[in-house]
Design a protein around this ligand. Structure first.
Ligand code: KG4
Ligand code: ZN
Length: 339
């Protein structure tokens, strides 16, 4: 029986899961570090330390949940990048160490490929080719996806990522971290029409994004209004981000002539984004269940299975804090056994 362990430690979520082809995710745990809220952002040193503290017990627990011993796995997949160097090193060291001890291949996974492929875990998966909108705390990208590892970047953000814009707006509004869910919650009580927000870059051709202007606009609004207006600001901001993303997604589908859009990454958990895309592109939108949108081990175990033939047994620990998605290639078979 084939089962892959997946380990995610690229930022402030410690995620561990076991994927079994034909069965899907058979065991899963995510621990979200809470200490960062007090600092209004992720503190790399704290994140690494917390991963070290949590990871070993979490791995033991998912193995127990799945009724497996480490030796019975067929590989260990871990996030090798992009992400925080120290945090990545924890997952990579533990993953490669465990693989070596149990004589298993260790598979280095690209975090954004994990997100990108996560809708394939759902009951109604998309089929290749499709357009993927990847919206997380560090990335905003539109990608032409012809298959696993066959990615062409169509557009990306020129400044802040969509999730980062949510996080910064939350801070301006005195809300907690991560900001996306907080802004969305406050926006429920707000009037998105009351304040005029720009729709950055929509009148320019192309598929790039820019969110830093929205943040500046929010800062000015917060400066000349009071706390009673914050819900309206949150709603106006969220509407502007959602509208911008919807316009670019429609354009990307038109340009590629594809009929399917996949959205993934933390911001894809946003209910108003999902609803707006479903309305604009009925029947064409695929997304992971909400708990698979934010960082988790399941997407890493699953992506690792697609790259199972690239596993290494040489015990080398290497992470890539910066790792462009376009550098990935279709899965190869060359490195099994560390040769
Ligand atoms: O994918 P993810 O968990 O981590 C990264 O790879 O960055 O994404 C985290 C980002 C954060 O910026 C967070 O504020 C945002 O996703 N986010 C949301 C929502 N849930 C998480 N943004 C908007 N609406 C949400 N419901
Ligand atoms: Zn992520």
């Amino acid at each position: 029986m084939q089962s892959l362990l997946g380990i995610e430690t690229s930022c402030d979520e410690t995620g561990v899961a076991i994927f079994r082809p034909g069965h899907g995710i058979v065991a899963e745990l995510v621990y979200t570090q809470a200490d960062h809220a007090a600092f209004g952002g992720v503190v790399p040193e704290l994140a690494s330390r917390d991963h070290v503290r949590k990871l070993p017990a979490m791995i033991r627990e998912v193995l127990e949940q799945a009724g497996l011993r480490a030796r019975e796995l067929s590989g260990v997949a871990y996030t090798a990048g992009p992400g925080l160097a120290g945090a990545l090193l924890v997952g990579a060291s533990v993953g490669v160490g465990l693989a070596r001890a149990a004589s298993l291949p260790a598979i280095a996974v690209h975090h954004m490929e994990g997100h990108l492929l996560s809708p394939l875990l759902e009951a109604r998966p998309p089929r290749f080719p499709f357009v993927a909108l990847l919206v997380s705390g560090g990335h905003t990208m539109l990608v032409d996806v012809r298959g696993v590892g066959r990615y062409r970047l169509l557009g990306e953000t020129l400044d802040d990522a969509a999730g980062e814009a949510f996080d910064k707006t939350a801070r301006l509004l005195g809300l907690g971290f991560p900001g996306g869910p907080e802004v969305a919650r406050l926006a429920e009580h707000g009037d998105p029409e009351r304040f005029d927000f720009p729709r950055p870059m929509v009148n320019r051709p192309g598929l790039d994004f820019s969110f830093s202007g929205l943040k500046t606009h929010t800062r000015q609004l917060v400066g000349r209004t009071g706390p009673v207006d914050h819900a309206d600001i949150a709603a106006g901001f969220e509407r502007a981000v959602v509208d911008t993303l919807v316009i670019k997604c429609r354009r990307a589908l038109r340009e590629t002539r594809y009929g399917q859009l996949v959205i993934a990454g933390g911001v894809s958990a946003n209910q108003r984004l999902r609803a707006a895309l479903d309305t604009a592109l009925p029947g064409q939108v695929y997304y992971p269940r909400p708990e698979l949108c934010t960082d988790n081990g399941a997407m890493i175990a699953h992506a690792g299975w697609h790259r199972r033939h690239e596993g290494k047994t040489d015990g080398q620990i290497a992470v890539r804090p910066r790792w462009p998605l376009e550098e990935l290639r279709a899965p190869g078979r060359s490195e099994v056994g560390g040769r």
